[in-house]
Design a protein around this ligand. Structure first.
Ligand SMILES: Nc1nc2c(ncn2[C@@H]2O[C@H](COP(=O)(O)OP(=O)(O)OP(=O)(O)O)[C@@H](O)[C@H]2O)c(=O)[nH]1
Ligand SMILES: [K+]
Ligand SMILES: [Mg+2]
Length: 444
């Protein structure tokens, strides 16, 4: 994408709608206003009622135009917003009129925000916050996105970068003026102290239980149990639709089937899985492998036990935790064998007890979400780079502590600075930018 192009796009929702907002940004915005708006270039930051005409002078529509001159605009370029009637023909006519000019084209996904980023109006985590707030479906997602686009993450990363820049300066001094006869402790002790502080802060951010990512992407709940326990029946009840095949034959489900719900104000992915048992059937065995993987990946497991034919072997798997729920199913016909305590007794078929189970799931995700006040990591991208950064810092720390080569330690601190920089985008890596901005919708 060329910086010189003027971009335009529908910024509002799909037609038909009451109003369509067309957004223009770039060097030809004033020219376009002069040629196509009866009012010419509108007074900056005022809504001006005007006719828009095409190259032949035919009326495109009548609406409001708002001009925001650069550099005080979102993209830092001249921008124009047109508020037209939100019909498909209006939008098509308006966009065709604008893009008939050389150097004027439809914007790519996220291109306005990318221009804002390139102009230094926001950093990469703030730009991600813009994408996230558009995607947000729960209030928790929205709150997290708002915090992020307001610089809530940037601040933390900037603080670490400042501290590491200070560490680097001290290490460089140690390189230039190696201690003569001094115990190495005298020069390295203060460096190690600073370095350790950043390391422990990064570790505690990484040890957040993935809550920021869960709030953004959803919590994971897996239904686990023996064949025919009624897992798919329960999934369908929780999904409120026939998402999975239910059958009296054991070994019906093979693939992991996920449904999405909002529970307790959070997005929750509920996974139905293959019944756990030893089998010679190659396909079913692969299903069991996937079931166990889904169980390990989940934040919460529902261990479903068939009350009519109790098989509790799944309860002794190594991925069962104290917060997982043991759920006795088929309360309409069965009961729990002595010695097993169930957290819930339900009938997936009749729905008995399922409302209580749903409340327990909602309460669980609510507790999890509240366990970290303001997560610094909201995407896998942040986590991966931060883990890399931590490794570099620990290497630097060990080298300094052992007194081997301050030069090498300095290189690792520089590496960590780059890794942190790539999170906020000060280290511009083209493929990172491409990946981040391609997630956006067109017009943002
Ligand atoms: N009476 C009764 N039958 C149930 C209940 N839940 C499920 N069933 C029946 O149990 C059988 C198995 O149900 P599924 O939901 O397919 O069980 P599953 O655990 O998904 O089975 P696999 O995918 O084969 O592991 C079906 O015939 C269901 O109708 C229940 O609460 N009460
Ligand atoms: K079945
Ligand atoms: Mg099933």
């Amino acid at each position: 994408m060329s910086e010189r192009d003027t971009i335009c796009a529908l910024a509002s929702g799909a037609p038909p709608a009451a109003i369509a907002i067309l957004r223009l940004s770039g060097p030809q915005v004033r020219m376009l206003a002069e040629q196509h708006l009866a009012c010419g270039v509108p007074a900056p930051r005022h809504a001006t009622l005007t006719d828009m005409t095409d190259a032949d002078g035919a009326l495109v529509d009548r609406g409001l135009a708002v001009f925001m001159p650069g550099p005080g605009s979102y993209t830092s370029e001249d921008t124009l917003e047109l508020y037209l009637h939100g019909g498909a023909a209006v939008i098509a006519h308006a966009l065709a009129t604008l893009t008939a000019h050389a150097g004027v084209r439809i914007a790519e996904p996220g291109e306005y925000t990318r221009r804002a980023f390139e102009a230094g109006k926001l950093d990469l985590t703030e730009a991600e916050g813009v994408a996230d707030i558009i995607e947000a479906e729960t209030r928790a997602q929205k709150a997290q996105a708002l915090r992020q686009l307001g610089g809530g993450l940037s601040e933390t990363y900037a603080t670490w970068r400042t501290e590491l820049t200070g560490v680097l300066a001290l290490v460089e001094v140690a390189i230039d003026f190696p201690d003569e006869g001094d115990a190495p402790d005298n020069t390295t002790a203060p460096i190690l102290k600073k370095l350790d502080r950043v390391i422990s802060e990064i570790k505690s951010a990484l040890g957040d239980g993935g809550i920021g990512e869960r709030i953004r992407d959803g919590f994971r709940v897996a239904i686990i149990g023996a064949p025919n326990a009624g897992k798919s029946t329960l999934l369908n009840r929780l999904a409120r639709r026939d998402a999975a095949i239910v059958n009296s034959a054991a070994g019906t489900t093979r693939d992991v089937i996920e449904v999405r719900r909002v529970m307790g104000g959070h997005v929750v992915w509920i996974a139905d899985t293959a019944g756990l048992r030893a089998t010679d059937d190659e396909i079913e065995a692969e299903g069991v492998r996937r079931a166990e993987q889904a169980a390990r990946d989940a934040d919460l497991r529902l261990f479903l036990v068939d009350g009519a034919a109790p098989d509790t072997s799944a309860l002794s798997t190594d991925y069962k935790t104290d917060t997982d729920l043991v759920v006795l199913n088929k309360s309409d016909i069965g009961s729990l064998p002595p010695g097993i305590v169930a957290d819930h007794v339900i009938s997936a078929r009749s729905g008995d007890g399922v409302a209580d189970l749903e409340q327990a799931i909602a309460a669980f995700v609510g507790r999890q979400a509240a366990s970290v006040e303001a997560p610094v990591i909201t995407r896998q991208r942040h986590r991966a780079r931060l883990e890399d950064g931590l490794r570099s810092l620990e290497t630097a720390r060990d080298m300094l502590a052992e007194g081997v080569g301050a030069e090498l330690a300095a290189e690792d601190v520089r590496m960590a600075l780059r890794q942190l920089g790539s999170i906020i985008g000060t280290v511009g890596v083209e493929d990172v930018l491409g990946a981040v901005f391609s997630e956006f919708c067109i017009g943002k």
